[in-house]
Write a protein that binds this ligand. Structure first.
Ligand code: C5P
Length: 406
């Protein structure tokens, strides 16, 4: 499981307006159970003061190479000794230059240079360095910055973002620092075991919407949360992920290719068009079982009389994929209101699935917490009730162990 709980993190903050987001990142990391030592550069401290970071981290904040609080006056080495992650958030264009050239003219740049690397000077493990650039778009696009970023990637640093959008200077474009939650998610992902490395996973998620007329339709209350959490968990586990999503308001997880659809027929087309080369298909979507036989071209007017609408069955996308001779490893979901084991097992056999994730609708639909049981040929495996992302990671671990024994 990916967990930042108990991790020792050194968070460097350099001088950019995005430094305010580092305060939120500190809060998220501490909430997740990490121990965060904040190191401010002189310019960083001009944007957000040490007191803010000290209050959020509950630990002393470091700013100077000459700080005498460290017992042996070796803050530049001691702070990263035993650290699990070193972050520079935000990293200015100038700080990237320092990293490229190995400059060590203040505490943070010296820490970055002295960061433990596995096999170097007896270090047993790496303290990976994550850098979140933040700068004006012209500074970001300049050939010099682009050369520097390429060099840092070649040196094994992890570059997070930048994103695109409104900038503090009033311009629009690339160079905006990622949000704290996005950086947090990337750090969590980096700690996940790569259980699905070199695997390709296709998923469906969300409801479908079956048009009755140009403004109305049949749908359901699926939020898409579970499907999006699973897509994220697969990506964190190293898979190449394609997500076919019905109409939902979820944010696309980092690294996931998303295809938006509306109806069950569109979902089926998108799944079949992207099925080639997939190792795993996970059908999480709450696909409408029926659609109006002939949606009206124009808005249906009320007449005061009863209205009958003919419905025709939608194709079962999962059953169709699982019945192919070249079917990938197929996983289905069974949301039931009673007799979970009986219905889920029945579904697994009827649709010829390797695995069914079963849950009682009262235990998960629409909410953030889910309690599921996994049904496979070996029996039933209940997972503890947890946040949907945590449940998704448990499902991914189970899928990976089944793939390994196939
Ligand atoms: O038979 P039932 O609809 O309960 O099966 C649920 C499972 O089948 C889910 O994994 C769902 O995504 C998938 N499904 C599908 N296409 C349908 C109906 C369900 O892929 N038309």
């Amino acid at each position: 499981m990916a967990s930042l709980s108990g991790k020792r993190i050194v968070l460097g903050v350099t001088g950019g307006i995005a430094a305010y987001k580092s305060a939120e990142l500190t809060r998220l990391l501490v909430k997740a159970g990490a121990m965060v030592d904040v190191v401010l550069t002189e310019a960083g401290a001009r944007f957000v003061g040490a007191t803010t970071f000290q209050a959020l981290s509950g630990r002393p904040v470091w700013t100077s190479l000459w700080d005498e609080r460290m017992p042996n006056a070796m803050a530049h080495i001691d702070l990263t000794r035993g650290a699990d992650l070193l972050l520079v958030v935000p990293a200015t264009a100038n700080f990237l230059v320092k990293l490229v050239h190995g400059m060590a003219d203040d505490l943070l740049s010296t820490l970055c240079l002295a960061r433990p690397r596995a096999g170097v000077d007896g270090a047993l493990r790496d303290c990976p360095l994550f850098v979140a650039p933040a700068m004006n778009r012209q500074m970001w696009e300049s050939p010099a910055t682009q050369r520097n970023v390429t060099q840092l990637r070649d040196d094994g640093l992890h570059i997070l973002g930048p994103g695109s959008g409104d900038q503090a200077c009033g311009e629009m474009g690339d160079g905006r620092m990622l949000e704290a939650a996005e950086i947090f998610a990337a750090l969590e992902a980096s700690l996940c075991p790569k259980l699905l490395a070199r695997k390709r996973v296709l998923l469906t998620a969300g409801p479908t919407f079956e048009a009755l007329d140009p403004v109305r339709g049949l749908t359901n209350s699926s939020s898409g949360k579970m499907g999006f959490a699973l897509a994220r968990a697969c990506a964190e586990a190293g898979a190449e992920v394609t997500l076919v999503a019905g109409p939902v308001t979820q944010t696309t997880p980092a690294g996931v290719t998303r295809i938006d659809v509306t109806s069950a027929l569109q979902m089926r087309d998108a799944v079949l068009a992207n099925l080639g080369g997939q190792n795993v298909f996970i059908a999480v979507a709450a696909v409408a079982d029926y659609r109006p036989a002939a949606p009206a071209d124009h808005k249906i007017k009320k007449s005061g009389q009863p209205l009958s609408i003919e419905l025709v069955p939608n194709p079962d996308i999962l059953a169709e994929v699982a019945s192919r001779s070249d079917a990938p490893f197929c996983v289905g979901f069974a949301a039931e209101s009673r007799n979970l084991a009986e219905y889920a097992e029945g579904k697994r056999k009827a649709k010829n699935l390797a695995l069914v994730v079963g849950n009682l609708v009262q235990d998960g639909l629409g909410g953030d917490i889910n309690a599921v049981t996994l049904f496979d040929a070996a029996g039933a495996h209940p997972l503890p009730a947890a946040e949907k992302l945590e449940v998704a990671r448990g499902i991914v671990a189970h899928i990976a162990s089944m793939l390994a024994t196939r």
